[in-house]
Design a protein around this ligand. Structure first.
Ligand code: FES
Length: 358
């Protein structure tokens, strides 16, 4: 995590103003938002100010953006100091952001960091010729091509220490460099060989609508009389053999079954008894449930909001029982004071039996 502070006062410019071209660009950005919402353009405004000022944001630029968007300076300062995309100190002509997050780390980012320390110096320091500065940042979203760096606006991926050294030399000498993977692979394709998506039919359009053709072919195989082909698409297979179908099973109590099992046939008198309703146990129907009072849809009991709705009013006896007084709530209510033994001395010491006859 980098420290986010404004640059030293002595390197801050005295003023900042957008160029005419950038002012026009900014007006177009602000116009994208409704009236009164021009603060929504604060990030593009800061970004353009940074680009105009050699890749870093001086304090006067932050103040100029605040004035242009009608925002308190502190609000713009909060944005500028929060996002690492805004550089608060001068950067080199080639500003290198090294990804140090786990995928890049395990693929050799530490080796790249060592190269930068040796060739460029400490983080956030510009080389004496003004060409380079660097900063370690979090994932830049090119993990498939780890390890990688971002230099100004471009990504350089699949790096090794030697490739990075060569890249820095080319930039310093003004030679053209090619962004993207530096090891020859295209995009984030497999490194050694393309092993997937190689069927030409995937790309010549011949598979478009293939499912429809198969469906139509199966439908045309149905005979004109409506009888279905057993293997046709409209003949669903049951999940179980008897699912939803009538299955013939031997009747367990049939005479033939009983004879086969060596059992005596059931006599007609036993059959008549079995079917006689008078011999059948009858269960009385359950008594009807008592009528319930109407239920509130609320799952709680409302608390009275007025004192007179169930609360003790000032000056009244209220509902708190007074020791020794008769119960307030009728015969069913007791507060325990009436359990005191009759004749007990209220001043007696605990554990001392009351004297008789007092
Ligand atoms: S971890 Fe390095 S680009 Fe994602």
């Amino acid at each position: 995590m980098s420290v986010r502070r404004l640059a030293r006062a002595e390197i801050q410019p005295a003023t900042f103003a957008f160029t005419e071209e950038n002012e026009r660009w900014l007006a177009a950005q602000v116009a994208k938002y409704p009236d009164g919402r021009q603060a929504s353009a604060v990030i593009p405004a800061l970004w353009q100010a940074q680009k105009q000022h050699d890749g870093w944001l001086p304090k006067p630029a932050i103040e100029a953006v605040a004035a242009r968007l009608g925002m308190p300076i502190i609000r713009v300062m909060e944005v500028a100091t929060f996002y690492t995309m805004f550089n608060l100190e001068p950067v080199g002509r080639w500003f290198i952001q090294l990804c140090g997050t786990v995928p890049c780390h395990v693929k050799g980012a530490l080796d790249l960091k060592q190269v930068l320390l040796e060739k460029v110096g400490d983080q956030q320091h510009v080389t004496p010729d003004g060409n380079f500065s660097w900063l370690e940042v979090e994932c830049l979203g090119a993990c498939c091509n780890a390890p990688m760096v971002q230099i100004n606006d471009d990504y350089y991926e699949d790096l090794t220490p030697d490739l990075l050294i060569g890249l820095l030399a080319d930039l310093a000498e003004g030679r053209t460099v090619k962004p993207g993977p530096q090891n020859g692979r295209r995009s984030s394709e497999p490194l050694d060989a393309v092993k997937t998506l190689q069927d030409p039919a995937l790309f010549d359009g011949s598979l478009v609508g293939g499912w429809r053709k198969r469906f139509d072919a199966a439908a045309s195989a149905v005979p004109a009389d409506g009888a279905r082909d057993a293997s046709g698409p409209g003949d669903p297979k049951a999940a179980k053999p008897d699912a939803g179908r009538a299955i013939e099973r031997p009747v367990a109590d049939a005479p033939a079954q009983r004879a086969q099992n060596g059992e005596a046939p059931i006599k007609p008198a036993e059959q008549a008894q079995a079917s006689d309703p008078g011999k059948t146990s009858v269960v009385d129907p359950a008594p009807p449930a008592p009528a319930q009072p109407p239920q509130s849809s609320k799952s709680y009991v409302a608390t009275p909001s007025k004192p007179e709705d169930g609360r003790v009013a000032a000056g009244s006896l209220g509902t708190t029982p007074i020791s020794g007084a008769p119960g307030q709530g009728g015969p069913g209510r007791r507060d325990g004071s009436d359990t005191k033994p009759v004749g007990a001395d209220p001043n007696a010491s605990p554990g001392v039996a009351p004297k008789e006859g007092r």
